[in-house]
Design a protein around this ligand. Structure first.
Ligand SMILES: Nc1ncnc2c1ncn2[C@@H]1O[C@H](COP(=O)(O)OP(=O)(O)OP(=O)(O)O)[C@@H](O)[C@H]1O
Length: 307
């Protein structure tokens, strides 16, 4: 598979013009590099910012385009994600590209580093809701990982990189080993809602305890990869331990569907936010300082907890 290198990157201000549709896009900055191509923030006439993915191989890009357009037609209630598909001549090379909605935000791990792990409840809830929508429309996301979960202001969550989206019942098209249910001997690679929920569980381990997860992965021989090893990490992590029951269900494939997992996530998070006993409380002055720092996230959490 071809990967992008710095020398292939296109300079800010580069204009590409679609050969077939004739639309012009001005590339503003690189948003991300992946195995399948380069993604740029772009502008086009009066249209709001968009994201342009320039691919290496037409066949791979075509696969993503097919999925995005199927998703747009099966989820008609929302604005389309896929905006344009075309070829352009760059230098003297013909390259395929497609244009999608720009998703502002940073990958989950970066967001939690910047804003704090207490956002887990809200972000997790919103992500599960999005997964439940996809599952109800007959799809599994497949390649859940921190880089594909972009978090914006007040914990707003959107998925990017729909290259792994797979129809329920088919083999998952694209995955990342450490998030993969098959890799951990926790089930098959046939797309079902439980596949995404397993990856969702690993996502939080990776986001909040990445070092130990990577270490564990490096030391286990393949025969010993098992979800109970992941659960040991959950139980010994102070942030994740309160969600142990939820995580056990996700990692062991015991949820019936994502909607059930959403309800139980909310209950589990609510349980972790119960007021503490008087002797456990921090002094008022300290609480004041802390409170100022987390007031925004608490307000957002309150909104969805009380929904
Ligand atoms: N619509 C979008 N809005 C904002 N950023 C995006 C968008 N699409 C992709 N990105 C950014 O570009 C990165 C690479 O894009 P993408 O994941 O589609 O490429 P890929 O070749 O499929 O990558 P991978 O090797 O992870 O499969 C993403 O991780 C994300 O940071």
């Amino acid at each position: 598979m071809t990967t992008s290198s710095d020398k292939d990157l296109l300079a800010r201000g580069t204009e590409i013009r679609g050969t077939w549709n004739g639309r012009r896009y001005r590339l503003e900055r690189l948003l991300g590099l992946g195995a399948n191509g380069q993604v740029y923030l772009a502008s086009s006439g009066s249209r709001a910012s968009c994201a342009v993915k320039i691919g290496h191989e037409a066949a791979e890009l075509q696969g993503e385009v097919n999925i995005l357009s199927s998703l747009d037609s099966s989820e008609k209630g929302r604005p389309p994600f896929l905006l344009d598909v075309d070829d352009a001549v760059i230098g003297n090379r013909k390259v395929p590209f497609y244009v999608m909605k720009y998703v502002p935000g940073v990958p989950l791990r970066a967001y939690l580093k910047q804003h704090g792990a207490h956002w887990m409840g809200v972000i997790g809830y919103r992500l599960l809701e999005r997964l439940a929508q996809l599952h109800e429309a007959g799809w599994v996301f497949g390649d859940i990982k921190s880089d594909n979960v972009l978090v914006g202001e007040y914990g707003r969550v959107e998925l990017v990189d729909y290259g792994g989206v797979t129809a329920i019942g088919r083999s998952v098209r694209q995955f990342t080993e450490i998030y993969d249910r098959g890799y951990w001997s926790a089930g098959s690679r046939v797309a079902d809602p439980g596949y995404d929920l397993f990856s969702f569980g690993v996502l939080w381990l990776h986001a909040l305890d990445g070092k130990r997860l990577v270490q564990l992965n490096g030391t286990l021989i393949p025969q010993n990869r098992h979800p109970r090893e992941l659960l040991k990490l959950v139980r010994s992590n102070p942030r994740l331990q309160p969600l142990e029951d939820w995580m056990e269900k996700a990692l062991m494939g015991r949820f019936e569907n994502a909607s059930q997992s959403v309800r139980e996530w909310r209950e589990a998070v609510r349980g972790t936010q119960k007021p503490k006993a008087a002797e456990d409380r921090v002094p008022t002055w300290m609480a004041g300082l802390l409170g100022a720092a987390i007031v925004i996230s608490t307000a957002v959490a309150a909104v969805w907890l009380l929904q």
